[in-house]
Design a protein around this ligand. Structure first.
Ligand code: AMP
Length: 116
């Protein structure tokens, strides 16, 4: 069940601040508080969903499409399309997910090392 007190839910309710990069009616993108690369932006939908599968199952198709279109837009706004980037979404225990609100990591700005 979705935990309405997770930190990203609190950010979406403006209960705690974030370093906002881009926002529209369906999504919010902000800088990660503990960046793992020179550029580390997180993208979240404004929908109560725990992880990628929960988002795909719950969201209307046009919301899914708009969210990933926005990920692509942010990649352009970050000016990293040419230099390269990595997008990641962790899910569950084995995926190493810490915050139980679906999010995409966008890592860029330097050579990102191997996954392990
Ligand atoms: P994950 O392990 O995929 O759930 O990633 C959660 C990410 O959220 C981590 O990279 C954290 O550094 C980041 N994070 C946690 N709290 C905040 C916050 N208040 N603002 C920005 N990023 C955060």
């Amino acid at each position: 069940m979705y935990d309405k007190n997770n930190i990203f839910a609190k950010i979406l309710r403006n209960e705690i601040p974030c370093d906002k990069f881009f926002e529209d009616e369906i999504s919010l993108f902000f800088n990660d508080i503990n960046p793992q690369a020179r550029i580390h932006v997180l993208g979240i939908p404004k929908l109560d969903c725990i992880d990628f599968s929960d988002f795909i199952n719950k969201a209307e198709e046009k919301t899914v499409s708009s969210f990933f279109t926005n990920v692509n837009l942010v990649i352009d706004k970050l000016n990293v399309r040419k230099s390269g980037y990595r997008i990641i979404s962790n899910s569950g225990l084995d995926g190493g997910q810490e915050v139980p609100h679906f999010h995409i990591h966008i890592l860029a700005g330097e050579k990102i090392g191997a996954l392990r």
